[in-house]
Each structure stands twice: as C-alpha cells, then as structure tokens.
Design a protein around this ligand. Structure first.
Ligand SMILES: [Zn+2]
Ligand SMILES: [Zn+2]
Length: 153
C-alpha cells in the first residue's frame, strides 16, 4: 500500500472500528455487538452483549429463548440470557462512577426501545449506529437513531 492509497479514518470510523473489536467478546452468537461511549474523543466506557458476570453464557449453555410480545400484539423470539451491549456499557460506567452526560454512543445496530430509554436517561446526547437497522430487525418499533441527536444535545 502506497501513501496515495492511505486514507486516515474519521473519528466516527475510528470509534466504529473499535466498537466492532469490542463486540468480538460477546457471549451470544445471535448478535455479537459491541458498544463504545465517547466524550471529547476519549473512550469513557465499553460494553458487549453478554451474561452478567458469573452467569452461564449462551455459547456454552445455549440461548434462553423467550417469546416477547410487543404493544401492537406482534411477537418475536428473543434471547433473554444476555444484557445488551449498550446496557453493559452504561452498567460499566455506573460501576466505576463515570458520568455519561453529553457523551456519544457508538453501536452496531439502532438501539432497542429499552436501551434507547436508558441512553436518554443517562444523558447520552448522540447515538451513531454502524447499521441503520433496529436491534431486532423484525421489530418495527424502535427508536430511530442512526446518526441523530437525542434530546437537546
Ligand atoms: Zn443468546
Ligand atoms: Zn437493546
């Protein structure tokens, strides 16, 4: 590769690449996603899809499938064994006393409804999802994120 072919990644590309790397530690193969929360171009916490510490992993014990019924009556199967990457990142920040107000969250897919509510509650003001599809692609009810500011940002 010559110097002409080198293109320095943007900050968003850089953090999305790291987010992919974090997701490789996920313990459920239904979606090995990761999450990175950044403030002032500095990573403040990370998370990946996984069981709480000390609990069995999907990769070892199999999934813990449960039917989830949405408000509109449609149902879908969901693995209940793991905590979503976004929630794990927020938990990590709580564990270490790191404020997330005004930070940016990088994730693989648009956060699900529960994650989106938590993201708003902890004061994260921007979400950048690598893929503009919701966490559960069969679930039409999701908070659109992609590349947009939440709240007053
Ligand atoms: Zn699973
Ligand atoms: Zn979620």
């Amino acid at each position: 590769m010559g110097e002409d072919t080198f293109r320095r990644p943007s900050w968003d590309e850089y953090f999305l690449g790291l987010m992919d790397e974090v997701g490789k530690r996920a313990t459920c193969d239904r979606g090995r996603s990761g999450c990175i929360v950044v403030r002032d171009k500095q990573i403040v916490c990370t998370g990946y899809v996984g069981s709480p510490p000390g609990f069995p992993h999907c990769d070892e014990e199999g999934h813990l499938m449960k039917e989830v019924v949405d408000e509109d009556g449609t149902s879908r199967m969901h693995c209940m064994r793991t905590i979503h990457a976004e929630q794990n990142a927020i938990c990590q920040a709580a564990k270490h006393g790191i404020p997330l107000k005004g930070s940016t969250l990088y994730c693989k897919m648009e956060p699900c409804r529960v994650c989106a509510m938590l993201i708003i509650s902890v004061g994260i003001t921007k979400v950048i999802a690598k893929k503009k599809i919701p966490c559960s692609s069969r679930n039409p009810r999701h908070v659109p994120a992609g590349r947009r500011r939440i709240g007053r940002g």
